[in-house]
Design a protein around this ligand. Sequence first.
Ligand code: G3P
Ligand code: CA
Length: 253
Amino acid sequence: MRPLHRVAHRGYSAVAPENTLPALAAAVLAGATFVEFDVRTTADGVPVVIHDRTVDRTTDGSGPVAGLTAAEITALDAGGWFSPAYTGIGVPLLTEVLDVLGPGDPVELLLEIKPPATSGQVAAIVGQVSGAGLLGRTVVQSFDPAVLRLVGEVAPEMRRGLLRDGFDGAQVEVARELGLAYCNPRLNSVLDAPGTVAALAAEGVAVMPWTANDAALWPGLVEAGVAGLITDHTGELTGWAQNVSSGALSSSA
Ligand code: G3P
Ligand code: CA
């Protein structure tokens, strides 16, 4: 049976504050084959790793990421909201994340660029990945096809993934036009339309649905032909996938 990618969503976000260095390190320790994280750009043009448009939910600050400088954002506490144990953990710069995930580890990076992003901002993000020597180990994904087109212009060799809430009507044609390596929809789309997963696979496009936190759904998603599962529960998925590869589960898996 083919290996199943174990994709840590915002790092191992079930056990550590999302998109922080501890969450990324925990993901690797828990057996992730991909670590997913979100990138936005500050008011002074610095790529930082944070999910929301504002810092309000995941830090002790407030305001839009795009309206704050890197110095202002990295001074915030991005851990205390999750647990007092993580008080003092900051919002990481993209360069810090690349430093942690880069050397000596085979894990792949699933870097989501949150829109809107200008061509200059996309070029800066791709440039940092390239500078870290991680072009070959990184997939850039986005909900915005325009962002993926910019990535293709800056670094044609970089693998690209399109995020979707649900599959588009002409998903294979869209994938072909964007030169996708991955098409990653909400998991219900996969369960509702396994034929689209097969059609994409025939085009060389892999599908990794999100956010697969309910283990009861994992066998059906694998049966539908997914290449990996994006989950907050990396450790649980690693253990389960071990059983899948060893054939210890029923044939429905
Ligand atoms: O990787 C899939 C997932 O990250 C997309 O949704 O909102 O968690 O970034 P979101
Ligand atoms: Ca994301």
